[in-house]
Design a protein around this ligand. Structure first.
Ligand code: HEC
Ligand code: HEC
Ligand code: HEC
Ligand code: HEC
Ligand code: HEC
Ligand code: HEC
Ligand code: HEC
Ligand code: HEC
Length: 440
């Protein structure tokens, strides 16, 4: 069926080419292009930059029903399935990876639904990065898409209408979303030895492709153009099972803070939502397989020993960060227990990390920064080899947050006329070496 269409198109190409009497371009021109050249000339020009312009025309993605300014509502906006017709492999890989769960994960957050639509459902707030995984035409008709009907995944790296593979292969293609506050991978990578080496070589030695000597985001996350992105730890860096018992203690506290475990350790209904969005890693075999995908790539340029040491040390940064976060969570849980912070209707004995910035007390706002800003930077920069981000934007701030949380807790207790309750004493004590010089 498709083949037939192609042959027809090929013949059309050929006849147009013969008519035009020139061999410079095979581009199919159509009624759509003629009119759109007047309305939006740069868009038509962009499309003609694309390799697809040699064989496709506007109709292939937008349908044939809209023919003039009077029937614009009949036009189709393409979805992943539209591209899948011709790019089966890339679409399938993409749909099996983490990107395609972007909207599921967003909707799994309990407080997303209380945000103004303008900051979620348009292509400007959360939805600007998270409107992902809408594969079917009918997804365009859903309630959310009534607010804003544009947005589809493939153009996130292959910008319309040039749809270029070369463009998507450059690390800047990831920058718009993987930047800033809670996922500053762009800043971490571009300032790392990897990023700097890549960018320098790209600038000085483009022709010889010397740029390949240091890895980009795509080298590690989309090897051989594989469109399935997935990392072992993931965004939240929460995995089960955990072999290290001390670490498991911190993890249990964090899982309670995430609202997926009740204080006595049983799973809450939220665990299912977390599972559906693959927000936490709950399978050791899967974790190990994802980890191996990375280390195999590193080994193309580094020794196995070097790679293992680096991975091991980055994992330890997650643990050290978890230790501080868990201590903070237990202090605030103590405030709930003693009813110094009034209980929320959905309260189950722990502050809810997933409220993000909707946390209602100052102490929980600090906890939010600890969790989303500083812990993320501390461990993500470990994997992206950026000591500045790990230390000064990450770990140093975690320590500062904890001091503030302790101080605020003390004041809140004092205001209620309560002394520091023994239960509120953190289970996790900061480690101070006896022979260490007096700490600052
Ligand atoms: C006679 C002129 C004309 C022709 C022919 C035409 N269009 Fe359009 N098209 C328009 C105008 C005008 C708009 C802008 C509507 C608006 O945004 O107000 C438009 C809008 C669009 C949009 C964007 C719709 C949106 O809601 O943002 C797409 C996609 C589109 N056209 C594709 C096509 C395709 C594909 C064809 C050929 C099958 C085609 N057009 C033929 C005039 C034309
Ligand atoms: C009707 C079939 C068809 C559809 C539908 C289609 N493509 Fe293509 N695509 C092609 C063909 C043919 C090529 C050119 C292959 C070549 O020359 O190697 C191509 C090439 C590409 C390339 C590689 C360009 C390069 O620089 O090498 C990208 C990226 C791409 N398409 C993305 C998309 C996206 C995104 C969509 C959906 C919005 C889409 N395609 C829809 C047929 C299609
Ligand atoms: C390979 C598929 C493909 C082809 C071919 C294609 N488009 Fe598009 N077009 C898209 C995608 C993807 C979007 C973005 C849809 C969204 O955001 O929901 C889009 C969006 C648009 C829009 C609305 C967005 C805007 O920036 O205004 C217009 C208008 C449009 N296309 C016109 C055209 C015209 C004219 C042609 C032919 C010259 C064409 N398209 C060919 C895939 C295609
Ligand atoms: C996260 C970024 C990203 C997204 C989103 C993305 N791609 Fe790609 N795409 C790439 C990269 C990177 C390459 C490989 C470029 C290279 O090395 O030449 C690529 C290459 C391609 C190619 C060329 C393959 C070849 O062998 O020539 C096609 C076709 C393609 N993508 C289609 C799609 C389709 C369809 C979608 C949506 C389902 C999509 N891409 C979404 C990053 C992306
Ligand atoms: C349109 C915004 C956008 C662009 C562009 C983008 N991403 Fe993403 N990426 C996201 C979002 C949102 C998520 C989280 C998805 C989820 O919630 O399931 C994500 C998740 C990921 C993950 C999975 C992390 C995990 O939890 O395991 C990796 C790896 C990733 N992206 C790499 C890339 C790379 C590499 C590029 C560029 C080639 C890129 N992304 C481009 C928005 C984007
Ligand atoms: C040298 C390889 C390498 C490069 C280059 C690289 N990453 Fe990563 N990335 C990793 C590793 C390793 C992890 C953690 C893997 C694990 O969990 O085992 C990771 C994790 C991630 C995650 C999940 C959360 C996190 O940060 O730990 C995202 C998202 C991500 N990278 C995006 C990017 C983006 C975007 C770029 C480019 C700006 C990039 N990465 C560059 C190796 C790389
Ligand atoms: C600038 C783009 C951007 C914006 C805006 C954004 N996110 Fe994200 N979000 C991402 C990226 C990229 C990731 C993946 C980061 C990683 O793995 O390190 C992500 C990850 C997530 C995750 C974890 C997904 C998972 O499965 O690991 C949740 C939940 C989330 N975001 C919720 C939100 C909410 C709620 C908002 C709005 C209040 C929002 N995001 C705004 C880009 C964005
Ligand atoms: C495409 C080759 C390539 C890949 C793949 C690669 N690296 Fe590198 N790496 C380099 C280059 C080149 C440098 C800069 C060497 C220097 O500092 O002299 C570097 C530097 C480093 C550094 C900092 C410098 C040092 O010696 O301490 C670390 C750490 C590192 N890489 C770890 C990794 C890890 C972990 C992975 C996989 C997640 C990885 N690399 C993947 C090429 C690569």
């Amino acid at each position: 069926m498709l083949k037939k269409k192609w042959i027809q198109m090929g013949m059309l190409c050929l006849s147009l080419w013969m008519l035009a009497g020139m061999g410079t371009a095979f581009a199919v021109t159509s009624k759509c292009e003629e009119c759109h050249l007047k309305i939006s000339p740069m868009m038509v020009k962009d499309f003609n930059r694309s390799k697809m312009a040699a064989e496709l025309s506007c109709e292939n993605c937008h349908g044939e029903e809209h023919k003039s300014e009077k029937d614009v509502e009949k036009v189709k906006l393409p979805t992943i399935r539209t591209c899948q017709e011709c790019h089966q492999e890339q679409a399938e890989q993409y749909l099996s990876g983490k990107h395609a769960l972007g909207l599921t994960a967003l909707n799994a957050m309990p407080y997303t639904h209380g945000q103004p639509k303008a900051f979620v459902e348009g292509q400007k707030g959360c939805g600007g990065c998270h409107t992902l995984g809408l594969a079917e035409e009918k997804d365009r008709q859903t309630e959310g898409r009534k607010y804003y009907r544009y947005g589809m995944d493939c153009q996130n790296c292959h910008t319309r209408h040039a749809f270029s593979a070369d463009e998507a292969a450059e690390p800047e293609a990831c920058m718009t979303c993987h930047t800033g506050f809670d996922h500053a991978q762009w800043e971490m990578w571009s300032g790392s030895k990897h990023g700097v080496t890549y960018l320098m070589n790209r600038a000085i030695d483009i022709d010889e492709k010397n740029s390949e000597r240091a890895p980009t985001c795509q080298t590690c996350h989309m090897p051989e153009g594989n469109h399935r992105v997935f990392s072992a730890w993931g965004f939240l860096a929460v995995r089960l099972p955990e072999e290290d018992q001390e670490w498991m203690g911190y993890r249990a506290t964090i899982l309670k803070g995430l609202g997926v475990l009740y204080p006595e350790g049983k799973p809450t209904p939220r665990l299912d939502v977390v599972k559906a969005g693959k927000v936490a890693r709950l399978d050791k075999a899967e974790f190990d397989a994802e980890r191996k995908r990375f280390t195999d790539i590193c080994r193309k340029c580094h020794s196995p020993n070097f790679v293992n040491e680096n991975m091991k040390n980055a994992d330890k940064m997650v643990k050290e960060s978890d230790k501080l976060l868990a201590e903070a969570l237990e202090i605030i849980a103590g405030l709930y227990k003693d009813e110094i912070i009034p209980k929320r209707p959905d309260y189950h004995a722990y502050p809810d990390l997933l409220t993000f910035y909707d946390a209602t007390t100052k102490i929980e706002q600090t906890l939010y920064l600890m969790f989303m800003d500083h812990r993320m930077k501390a461990f993500q920069a470990g994997f992206h080899i950026n000591p500045d981000y790990s230390t000064w934007y990450g770990y140093a701030n975690l320590r500062k947050d904890l001091v503030e949380i302790k101080d605020l807790a003390k004041k809140m207790r004092a205001e209620k006329g309560l002394a520091e309750s023994p239960e509120a004493k953190p289970e996790v004590k900061p480690e101070v070496k006896k022979d260490a010089p007096a700490s600052k």
